[in-house]
Design a protein around this ligand. Structure first.
Ligand code: UT7
Length: 322
């Protein structure tokens, strides 16, 4: 065994649809602004399902598609920046919900690139020979850390989960993964954490919300996405002609289109579902992969590229044959 491959995928989103017209009633914005600047038409906002609940549904669907049982999984990795609670991790909460054996289970925090990081780790751990089957998930309830008085951010995000099952393979599946990170000292995209104790007093803090310098992150993303695609292709024997689909992190339609233009990628090779879900952070890539598979945009044997970027700063991508 020298390779790993994806043998099934699944995803889940909350039922609650929030349209741009509904956002117009919350902050000073317009459907026209949101659609033209981002491509988002609606998003899902959870009121009763936490990250582990969405992860559970996505995991069940992925295992069903792969025709495997939860008891056969020996590695569980959940990429998230919005866990139900700081600890236990979503992976352990999920392990209990799925009634799994005592196995290796942990969370990964690499923001919107988290799923690519998790795939990188799972691929390496399986190829080491120590693990036989991994469940890899990206799951978020980002709207609970979103400030619904801040129009710069609140129109952008949504809640979702996506999952894949990965196992050893004699033929190439996950062919190459790249993950990169660069400390964000400028605070381009952050969520405030716990303050240090001052004289052992417990400070009364408001609920923390994510903060983003949107246009700076936009500039970073439009550099990072072509860089990763170029590197994935140049480190392989493939060209864009061999790629069936580019499944990018759905943060902004303009970021995907601009990268597509720079690299002369035909429009029909750029997968897009941002209009329905907005930016779902670590869930965005596995949700998109699952939708691409279920809508037949990706078929068995197809080679596809996936790429993501986000807080950290982190970025990365993978070249995968289904
Ligand atoms: O998941 C990974 C991390 N996130 C991203 O990748 C997001 C990257 N950034 C972006 O997608 C874009 O920068 C945004 C969609 C966030 C913003 O688009 P932009 O074209 O960069 O707009 P801007 O921030 O430069 O703002 C332009 C104007 C401003 O008004 P003034 O100062 O020109 O009068 C904003 O106040 O648009 C205003 N604005 C809005 N207007 C209506 C900002 N948000 C809104 C809004 N509705 N929701």
């Amino acid at each position: 065994m020298s390779y790993t491959r994806i043998i099934g995928s699944g995803s889940a989103v909350p039922d609650n649809v929030v349209t741009n017209a509904m956002m117009e009633a919350i902050v000073e914005t317009s459907d026209e602004w949101i659609q033209s600047r981002t491509g988002i038409v609606e998003r899902r906002i959870s009121t009763d399902q936490n990250t582990s609940d969405l992860a559970y549904l996505a995991a069940k669907r992925a295992m069903e598609a792969a025709a495997v049982d939860a008891k056969s999984i020996d590695l569980l990795i959940v990429a998230t920046v919005t866990p139900d609670m700081p600890f236990p991790g979503v992976s352990q909460l999920l392990q209990r919900k799925l009634n799994m054996h005592p196995i290796t289970a942990f969370d990964v925090n690499a923001a919107c690139s988290g799923f690519i990081y998790a795939i990188n780790v799972a691929d390496a751990m399986i190829r080491s020979g120590s693990y036989r089957r991994a469940l890899v998930i990206g799951a978020e309830t980002l709207t609970k850390i979103t400030d619904f008085t801040d129009r710069n951010t609140c129109v952008l995000f949504g809640d979702a989960a996506g999952a894949v099952v990965i196992e050893p393979s004699d033929t190439p599946g996950i062919e190459r993964v790249i993950t990169r990170s660069k400390g964000d000292h400028e605070g381009l995209l952050t969520l405030e954490g716990y303050p240090l104790k001052q004289g052992f007093k417990t400070p009364q803090k408001p609920w923390p919300f994510l903060q983003m310098q949107g246009s700076e992150v936009f500039k970073f993303a439009t550099r990072a996405m072509p860089e990763i695609i170029n590197d994935l292709l140049s480190q392989s024997s493939y060209t864009m002609d061999d790629i069936a689909l580019v499944v990018a992190h759905q943060a902004n339609r303009r970021i995907i289109e601009s990268s597509g233009k720079k690299l002369r990628i035909p429009e029909d090779k750029l997968f897009m579902n941002i209009e329905h879900y907005g930016n779902t952070s670590a869930a965005s890539v596995p949700l998109a992969i699952d939708e691409a598979i279920r809508s037949n945009r990706l078929k068995k044997g197809d080679l596809f590229l996936t790429v993501a970027f986000g807080a950290g700063l982190t970025w990365g991508g993978a070249l995968i044959r289904l």
